[in-house]
Write a protein that binds this ligand. Sequence first.
Ligand code: ZN
Length: 247
Amino acid sequence: MVARHDQTAAPVLLESLLQARRGTAFFARKLNELSDAELDGGSLLPGWTRRHVVAHVGYNARAVARLIEWAATGVETPMYGSPEARNHEIEFGATLSPIALRHLFDHSAVHLNVEWRDLPADAWHHKVKTAQGRTVPAEETVWMRTREVWLHAVDLDNGAGFNDIPAPVLERLLGDITGAWHTRGTDAGLVLEIDGTRLTFGDTSTTNATTIAGPLPAVVQWAAGRGGSGVTASGPGATVPAPPKWI
Ligand code: ZN
């Protein structure tokens, strides 16, 4: 029997699923606004055309769906065979015809949604492993996908901006990014000032501390490595520096 609605009744999880579905619909809208010829154009990601972005988002849905199958069956199925296999797949996907590329996105998104919808309530706690090797409960896949669709909709570079991303998604994304800086130790002497609220990272007692200030969407855009428009910097040097690496 195939269920017609989510098997989970957990309010937080249902809210997260809604955010992922909204992000998927948003990505679909931006993709549909692009002509076939425009798919050949550049994205915000260095070395990637829009085709690469669409292929990546499609294969990502398939990879996340594999984790849900893992959670449902207990049979270990990794997201990707290897980092090389993942990159190969994207390179191949970027060569598909425009119609095949659009189908890849549509079908993979529908398939993932069905996997999520049909996952029994208790299986959302089952542990799976991300491509980075982190062990997480299956419910974490919803956030993993949410992040991808919103961020890469902006990367399509046809009008979407961080202003379009819901504030709860921006806040959690910033948490991921600053968490990665902390783990890597790359956040030394950095202050983020978001709408007047100061968040400090690393040792800011030195005279070298840099402050990046702006509204939440602009600060997250900068932190995610998508450019410094909308933020101002104070500290050493007058220009906005590149953010620490997070991925
Ligand atoms: Zn991605």
